[in-house]
Design a protein around this ligand. Sequence first.
Ligand code: FAD
Length: 459
Amino acid sequence: MGDEPLNTRREVVRIVGAGPTGVLLAILLQRRGHPVELYESLADPRQSGAQSGRSINLALADRGIHALQMAGVFKDIERSMLPMRGRLIHDAHGGTSLQPYGQRPNEVIYSISRHRLNVCLLDVAARQPGVNVHFQHRLETADFERGVARIRDIAQDRLIEVPMQPLLAADGAGSRLRRCMSAQQLITASETDLMHGYKELSIPPAPDGRHAMASDALHIWPRGDYMLIALPNEDGSFTATLFLAKRGTVSFESLTESAAIEDFLSRSFPDACRLMPDRVAEFQQHPVGFLGTVSAHPWHHRGMTLLIGDSAHAIVPFHGQGMNACFEDCAEFDACMARHSSWEAVFAEFAALRKPNTDAIAAMALDNYMEMRERVADHRFQLQQALSLELERRFPQRFIPRYSMVMFHHEIPYRTALERGTVQTELLQQLTAGSAATLDDVDFARAEQAIGARLAPLF
Ligand SMILES: Cc1cc2nc3c(=O)[nH]c(=O)nc-3n(C[C@H](O)[C@H](O)[C@H](O)COP(=O)(O)OP(=O)(O)OC[C@H]3O[C@@H](n4cnc5c(N)ncnc54)[C@H](O)[C@@H]3O)c2cc1C
């Protein structure tokens, strides 16, 4: 390896996994002059259509958008994004209330089709000379002594060997490379499953072709131990996701008979059921998806391999940040490349900068799970939400709601959002303690004093 910065050398980089992380990385590496060989186990989605069994649409927010802008691919994706201005809560009696996500016109998140996003990124990558995508090529094993990975060419049914100098593992939450590194004790890694799984159901367009509910919101039916959410699609439909215990009295395991499924769905979500004609058949046919948190340390081995994206830090989906965090990884990796002359130094700096932040979003995503299925329906929580927006209006330099820091402020690292969010929650609890029922009952002089003492200016 030479001493010039990596962005002035041309070295072939191999990536495993052409999901959002792998393809955005390929685009960024190529822009820095590195030829890229990208290996993906599945067929080309531009020919094979959407993959079933994965979440159909995703929430894209500021961090992801910022990375896409930085990579120059946002324009290609922007037209497929549907804005969602807040959570529309559906209570058990069919009543609804909107909880805005933010308070400025740009403080919205966007629903985007996973398939469409992937295809857009692949189209951009394919337009770039020097990015070579090998579909139906599955990484099987890695020999770290010899520095080679073994990849199966599925169409030809033959095994090929490729050098890992370097090889970036963007092969998702179930990463084969991470499991190889862990099995050979090069890293320690854990995969913590949630007790809950998920299943997707669909809400077709209304007879006039339009969305059957408000299309500019993320719909939530919070029911304590379980919940249903729905995100809008471009074609007038919604994709609903039911989060429910995998085992137990009311669970995916126990709900097998049509009558029991219908009874559970129609009692829990009567208004949604009126819009889901195929609910029982879909419930029976669709797979249960697994949810969990991946943790690994270190993320890299010499200058040979690096875990990046979900392979390093998959999280539960309740903050809508998994892919956003992956895109932020790509932007951070790109910045590290500009600063160093060896892959080993790039990997080490990238992991050191990124891991505290991805640990923080992993914790906040788990916390948001309770918030979405339980707390959003609680009056005290709603008052605290309203107060946090009011405090942001009054003290914008010091108080930004944690949700807003995560979703709308890419310049605030996740770890800072977690730390400040903990202090802010304490303040909100103190300010709404006792009999406070509305914002008129809040002592704002006390709030100003506490905020001044405990929250340093952000900007
Ligand atoms: C139900 C659900 C809802 C979600 N909602 C959101 C959301 O709203 N917003 C958000 O930001 N994030 C969300 N996420 C998280 C998001 O899906 C992930 O963070 C993101 O897809 C990770 O991207 P990735 O490229 O790292 O991994 P993946 O998307 O998993 O891509 C990995 C790729 O590697 C390929 N691959 C795997 N193994 C091999 C192998 N051995 N050889 C070759 N190729 C291989 C796979 O086929 C795949 O194409 C959600 C996740 C779930 C499960």
